[in-house]
Design a protein around this ligand. Sequence first.
Ligand code: 5GP
Ligand code: MG
Length: 179
Amino acid sequence: MKKSVTIHGLKFMLLVSSGKIQDAVSRIAKKIDRDFKDRNPLFIAVLNGSFLFAADLLRKIKIECGISFIKVSSYSGTRSSGKVNTLIGVNENLLKRPVIILEDIVDSGNTLEAVLAEIKKHNPDEISVATLFFKPEVYQKKNALNYIGIKVPDKFLVGYGLDYDGSGRNLSDIYALES
Ligand code: 5GP
Ligand code: MG
């Protein structure tokens, strides 16, 4: 794997290897398998960033489950804009079904809060949250994060689904903006 990548003229340094990412995904899958046995949970992955996490996690999940997607946008450039737009909403019947939200990364928590509000409108049985990455230093909300993959510093990351202005999502490792 490369030690650094340059995207749109910005240099990013290797932070988390793909091996460490896959270990974290496996850990989360094992816990969910145990916690949701015989409950047929519906995973709702938050697009775009969580598409690789969702794909890798789902292949490690052994219990019966479903998957759907919602799409929101909040970032522009390397900072969260604070305003969250729902671009694709929920169209599954969530009534009395346990839902597990799949997030790529929780930063301020604004996006997650908006996603939770959107999903609650559909009256699921209960909502859990699984996030692959979490920035504890900047989290501003009280919403519980039930499954956390890897805690990361407050740096702008790219790779494994996360982009910088449309590029970098295809990288298997995670890189952090030099500061
Ligand atoms: P929040 O609303 O918690 O501040 O940010 C959540 C969303 O912003 C994430 O789902 C993700 O899409 C995006 N985001 C947060 N931190 C980063 C980061 O370091 N890099 C990239 N590329 N996106 C991020
Ligand atoms: Mg996201």
